[in-house]
Design a protein around this ligand. Structure first.
Ligand code: ZJS
Ligand code: ZN
Length: 363
């Protein structure tokens, strides 16, 4: 029998596309590029197989990953696989984030990069993907004609929404371009903006105009916050009142007070924080205090490929580190519905899914 942390429905709110690639796919793509002479495969292989990476090494690995994922076909393939992997472990709602990238040598614009991502969502065929309400029925009908849908009435379903990330290396103009693209893509399941990238790079003031614009235009915003000590930036980020924040590792007393009084939900990435040594061990992780004070939190993977984890594994870790039982885990997973960025239809559907499992738990 599969373990309950795998079978229980889960919600993933903090997953970076290029950090979630299967090791096998990464190696396969690297080998192809090695054969072509674009990269030295053995260097790459060593970095992928290394597990105790420092913060600097993690961002080096991202640069390497970007070297091998910057053509449309690959972006489509990895998107498809990442969604399939989350669905396979019963993630019922996924907010997948990615940085739209321009790559002139491949004829790629930020927009065509995102089209390739959407292609990947359409290409998933072992699970139904709800990613855009307007296109939902049509997409499902095309990929599974009515006849075989009857025989597959118990197919799994995953609801996917997209967040476009602004990389901290980007200029105000580039950030603004990403926000405008997100607005254009609202009907394709884009619900918000993320600010991410190497936390020692870039200034809050650079991104603020684009983030403000996003908010004014009705997009939700989540921010990587407190990945390195930067008190002033954390205050500015909290004052911005984002829909959620990620990490909150180097928070001080004043920050916690503000976070709690503003009730800003926190995306918690246990393995990521331990691997990158932003938190020394699970027993001193801020999850415990936030959970005990009933502050809204959600367990997330961050980069399930880069950190060799899965959302099920994150739940198992939390269960054993903080002594939480099956019912508490179910409630924790369910309560994330309150701070997903998708609209009410998706929320209602998720409530039903979780309610039917609650009944089973009580039975
Ligand atoms: C090292 C450390 C503290 C890791 C915590 N986690 C992260 N913090 C900030 N940005 C990230 C993190 N993980 C992934 N990213 C961003 O997401 C990108 C990969 O996904 P994508 O290309 O946007 O599809 C990376 O290049 C990086 O810009
Ligand atoms: Zn992240």
């Amino acid at each position: 029998m599969e373990e309950w942390w795998k079978t229980m429905p889960k919600i993933e709110l903090h997953a970076h596309l290029n950090g979630s690639i299967r090791d096998s796919t990464l190696l396969e793509l690297a080998r192809e590029l090695g054969d072509k002479g674009t990269i030295v495969f053995s260097d790459f292989e060593q970095v992928i197989l290394k597990h105790d990476r420092s913060l600097v090494e993690v961002f080096k690995l991202f640069d390497l990953i970007h070297l091998i994922t910057t053509d449309h076909k690959t972006v489509t393939k990895i998107t498809k696989e990442v969604v399939e992997d989350f669905a396979a472990e019963n993630v019922v709602y996924l907010e997948l984030r990615t940085t739209p990238k321009r790559n002139d040598s491949k004829g790629m614009s930020k927009e065509s990069y995102m089209q390739a991502v959407v292609e990947g969502l359409r290409a998933v065929n072992n699970v139904d993907v709800d990613f855009a309400h307007k296109l939902d029925a049509e997409a499902i009908e095309n990929s599974h004609p009515a006849n075989d849908r009857n025989s597959e009435s118990r197919r799994k379903k995953i609801c996917v929404r997209l967040l476009l990330s602004i990389d901290r290396r980007e200029s105000t103009e580039a950030a603004m371009e990403t926000v405008k693209l997100a607005l254009q893509m609202k009907d394709l399941g884009v619900v918000g903006i993320d600010l991410s990238g190497n936390p020692v790079i870039g200034e809050w003031q650079t991104f603020l105009p684009a983030l403000k614009f996003a908010k004014e235009q009705g997009l939700s915003v989540t921010l990587h916050s407190g990945e390195v000590p930067n008190s002033e930036e954390v205050h500015a980020m909290l004052d911005f009142l984002p829909g959620r924040i990620g990490h909150a590792c180097y928070f001080e007393e004043d920050h916690w007070r503000k976070l709690k009084s503003f009730k800003i939900p926190v995306e918690i990435c246990l393995t990521s924080n331990i691997r990158t040594e932003t938190i020394p061990s699970l027993d001193v992780h801020h999850f415990a205090d936030l959970y005990n004070s009933e502050h809204p939190v959600s367990l997330c993977t961050d980069d399930m490929g880069v950190f060799s984890t899965s959302l099920s594994h994150e739940y198992r870790l939390a269960a054993s580190a903080y002594g939480l039982g099956m019912k508490e885990m179910h409630t924790l997973a369910r309560d994330a519905i309150n701070f997903i960025f998708a609209g009410n239809d998706a929320k209602e559907e998720l409530k039903e899914i979780f309610a039917s499992v609650s009944k089973e738990l009580k039975a």
